[in-house]
Write a protein that binds this ligand. Structure first.
Ligand code: AMP
Length: 116
């Protein structure tokens, strides 16, 4: 069950500001407020899904394509496409997911550890 009381819902509905990088019909991307690496962006779905599993279960193929197109587009904009980057989606309590709105982290801009 999606709960609207979360920060990404507020950003999506312009109730909270963010440093926007890119937007398309399925996704909105902005810089993480507490970057863990030189590049740390978030891509959030425009559809209201609590996590990755809900997104896969509920999103249309077009919505999924639009979302993942946005991920690669943001990597290009941030200049990490060639050297590489990591995408990560925390899903559910064991993952430590803080914000219950589906999102992917894009991390890079420097050599990343091979361990999780
Ligand atoms: P997760 O644990 O995957 O839910 O990660 C949520 C991420 O959202 C964390 O990396 C936070 O630093 C980030 N975050 C929380 N609030 C904001 C905000 N207002 N603007 C940008 N990023 C945020």
């Amino acid at each position: 069950m999606y709960n609207e009381n979360n920060v990404f819902y507020k950003i999506l509905h312009s109730k909270l500001s963010a440093k926007v990088i890119y937007e398309n019909e399925a996704a909105l991307s902005f810089h993480d407020i507490h970057p863990q690496k030189k590049v740390h962006a978030l891509v959030i779905s425009k559809g209201l899904y609590s996590n990755f599993s809900d997104f896969v279960a509920g999103a249309s193929p077009q919505e999924m394509k639009g979302f993942f197109d946005a991920v690669t587009k943001v990597a290009e904009i941030l200049g990490v496409s060639q050297r590489g980057y990591r995408i990560l989606s925390n899903t559910g309590p064991d993952s430590g997911q803080e914000v219950p709105h589906f999102h992917v982290h894009i991390i890079g801009g420097e050599k990343l550890s091979t361990s999780l």
